[in-house]
Structures are given as structure tokens and as C-alpha cells.
Design a binder for this molecule. Structure first.
Ligand SMILES: Cc1cc2nc3c(=O)[nH]c(=O)nc-3n(C[C@H](O)[C@H](O)[C@H](O)COP(=O)(O)OP(=O)(O)OC[C@H]3O[C@@H](n4cnc5c(N)ncnc54)[C@H](O)[C@@H]3O)c2cc1C
Length: 320
């Protein structure tokens, strides 16, 4: 079997690929947690990205693609394989049709659309991370998700570049077909927006940003909400009946409600802390480890399972 050194040699021959070894992944995660990747590479070139994936496949090296690292829990031991980032971040508009590279910062896309008076992304203001992962996880907030505006997604399926329309992406709440095909890597997305007043859109985004920055201070080492909210229709009737009507919003019940009932707020393990004001917000309060983070998550899941007989499901993605 080829060694890491052989893979490294082959990757080093790919033009426009920036490469490093033993790269601490804590540097690339908002939690500030994660051991080293054997190999780390990034590029803005679709060809270089495809060549890197091909090389990893030929040498049987495991691959993990990351974006801004805002929704990742990386093991303290790191990742035995190649971590790749696709950084193409071009934004362009033709009328109300916008195309965004997967490596564009989502907030830059929101600002780009707002400034052009294009409605549809303004409520996504302040969601950290990049466009590719936003499509992958169908990111959303304030009653809207990116999928409402996606008309096409260009992705690399390991062999060739393909395009899906909205339906083919099989979007659902924090879901898409890309979550079930982790080897498909999003390169760009096309979005259909609606002409509107730029000042109005910018005000909506600014108001949302203000609220969000209070809830999630920009320096907080976290992943936002750790667990997905529940769709009311998916809950067993006996459990749904226990939830006060005032808690249900747009057909969803916040996971935070269940977590709060089992005493999540303020729970701590090592330097990993659940916010005292938000039962679904866990942050690294210093030198936290993935080991403590995962143990605290498991403990909270157990508590909810025991009390309500339901599974809270992580929104975050694990690496390593
Ligand atoms: C403070 C805070 C608040 C948050 N609030 C919200 C919120 O309101 N709503 C919400 O939806 N999310 C929220 N999140 C979660 C996070 O911002 C989103 O999940 C975001 O889309 C992750 O983007 P990223 O680039 O950081 O992805 P990463 O964390 O780097 O990766 C996440 C996943 O996407 C995959 N991925 C990355 N790039 C690609 C690609 N090009 N093609 C295919 N797969 C890819 C990775 O393999 C990984 O599985 C919040 C996070 C934080 C820290």
C-alpha cells in the first residue's frame, strides 16, 4: 500500500495546490479543537482539487473536505489522511441570478446580494462559514434556508463535474443529498433572488447580526447550536403533548427546550461549557478537548433519551 510520503510526493506535483504536513486542525476549527491532519491541502482550482481527490483515491488515503470549520468537531488525535479545502470564492450576478463559489464566505454572499438589492439571503446574515457547506447542510435562520433560493449546484462526484437543480439536491431541514454522499464536493451554486430595496435588505441583515452577535459573540469558540431542532410532526404524540404551545415556532421545537428540562444549562466538563443562557450552545472556555466535548454531548443525549425517549441529533459534523 502507498505510504503518506508517496501520496505527498504525488500531491506535490499538482499545480496550484498548497500543501502541508502534520497540520494542526485546531487552527481551522472555530472550536479551536483538533489534532493534526497527516496531509492538508487547499486550492481555488477545480482541476487541482479533482487531481488531489484522484491521488488520494489511487493511494487509498482517506479524505475529508472542510470549509470554514465552524460546524466541526475534530478529534484530539486529528485525521489520518488528507484534509482538503476548496477555496474558490468568486461571486457574480446577472440580473437577479447570482453564482457563488463554494469557498466564498456566506456573509460576503449576503452582503453582495443585499448591496445589489437582491432579496432572499438577508436572513442568513451572521451564519458563520462558507457557501459550499451552507448548501451541504442547508443552512438557515429566521424562518428561511438557503435551499429556498438555490436553483443549481455544481459539484464534483469523484469522477466528473455535474450539476443538480433544486429538486435533485433533495433539500430538507438542515439536510441535502450531499450529506448522504460525502464524496460529492460542491464547487458552486446558482441562486435565484428577487429585486428589492437594498437599504431595506441591509437593515434586516444588520438587525439580525446585532441579535446574533449578542447570542454568539464572534470570539466564542463554538459551533452554534450543537443539536438539530425537532420538527413537531416527527415527534411521538406523547412527547409533543408535553411541550408548551409557546415553544413551537414555524412547526419546530428547539432542541434547547428538551435540553433545558434535563438541566443542560451551565453543565461543564473540563474546559467545555454549556452556556448558562442557552441549553443548546456548547463552547470551549479555554483549553477544551474533543474528548470532553464528545463526552458532554453523549451525556446530554443520554439525559434527553432517558427523560423523553427521543434522540437529539447532532447538527455538527465529526472529523477523525
Ligand atoms: C456561532 C455559530 C452560529 C451558527 N448559527 C447557525 C444558524 O443559525 N443556522 C445554521 O444553519 N447553521 C449555523 N451554524 C453552523 C454553521 O455555521 C453552518 O453549518 C455552516 O454552514 C458551516 O460552514 P463551514 O464552511 O464552516 O463548514 P465546515 O464546518 O467546515 O463543514 C461542515 C460540513 O460541510 C462539509 N463541506 C464543507 N465544504 C463542502 C463542500 N464544498 N462540498 C461538500 N461538503 C462540504 C464538510 O465536509 C462538513 O461535513 C452556526 C455556527 C456557529 C459557530
Amino acid at each position: 500500500m502507498p505510504t503518506t510520503e508517496e501520496t505527498l510526493l504525488r500531491l506535490a506535483g499538482i499545480p496550484n495546490l498548497t500543501l502541508s504536513t502534520h497540520t494542526p486542525l485546531a487552527r481551522y476549527t472555530r472550536f479551536g479543537i483538533g489534532g493534526p491532519a497527516d496531509l492538508y491541502a487547499e486550492t481555488c482550482s477545480p482541476d487541482a482539487f479533482a487531481a488531489a481527490i484522484g491521488t488520494a483515491r489511487d493511494t487509498a488515503m482517506p479524505v475529508m473536505v472542510i470549509g470554514g470549520g465552524t460546524n466541526l468537531i475534530v478529534s484530539d488525535l486529528g485525521f489520518r489522511g488528507l484534509v482538503l479545502r476548496y477555496r474558490a470564492d468568486r461571486l457574480s450576478a446577472a440580473g437577479a441570478h447570482v453564482v457563488a463559489g463554494a469557498g466564498a464566505v456566506l456573509q460576503d454572499l449576503v452582503d453582495f446580494a443585499n448591496a445589489r438589492g437582491l432579496k432572499g439571503l438577508e436572513t442568513l446574515a451572521g451564519i458563520p462559514g462558507w457557501v459550499g457547506a451552507a448548501v451541504y447542510g442547508n443552512a438557515g435562520a429566521y424562518g428561511h434556508s438557503i435551499s429556498e433560493r438555490v436553483v443549481s449546484v455544481e459539484f464534483f462526484d469523484g469522477e466528473r463535474v455535474r450539476s443538480f437543480d433544486n429538486q435533485e439536491c433533495e433539500f430538507a431541514y438542515r439536510e441535502s443529498i450531499f450529506k448522504r454522499h460525502k464524496e460529492w464536493i460542491i464547487f458552486s451554486t446558482g441562486l435565484a433572488l428577487t429585486p428589492d430595496d437594498a437599504a431595506v435588505l441591509e437593515k434586516i441583515s444588520a438587525d439580525i447580526l446585532k441579535i446574533r452577535n449578542e447570542k454568539f459573540p464572534p470570539t466564542m469558540k463554538c459551533a452554534g447550536s450543537i443539536f438539530k431542532n425537532f420538527l413537531l410532526r416527527d415527534l411521538p404524540a406523547g412527547v409533543a403533548a408535553q411541550v408548551p404551545a409557546t415553544v413551537v415556532r414555524e412547526g419546530k421545537i428547539p432542541a434547547a427546550w428538551f435540553l433545558e428540562q434535563v438541566g443542560s444549562k451551565g453543565a461543564r466538563r473540563g474546559d467545555i461549557q454549556v452556556a448558562t443562557y442557552h441549553a443548546n450552545l456548547i463552547y470551549n472556555d479555554g483549553a477544551g478537548t474533543a474528548r470532553d466535548l464528545c463526552a458532554l454531548i453523549a451525556d446530554l443525549k443520554d439525559r434527553v433519551r432517558e427523560r423523553f425517549g427521543i434522540e437529539v441529533e447532532e447538527e455538527v459534523q465529526y472529523v477523525g
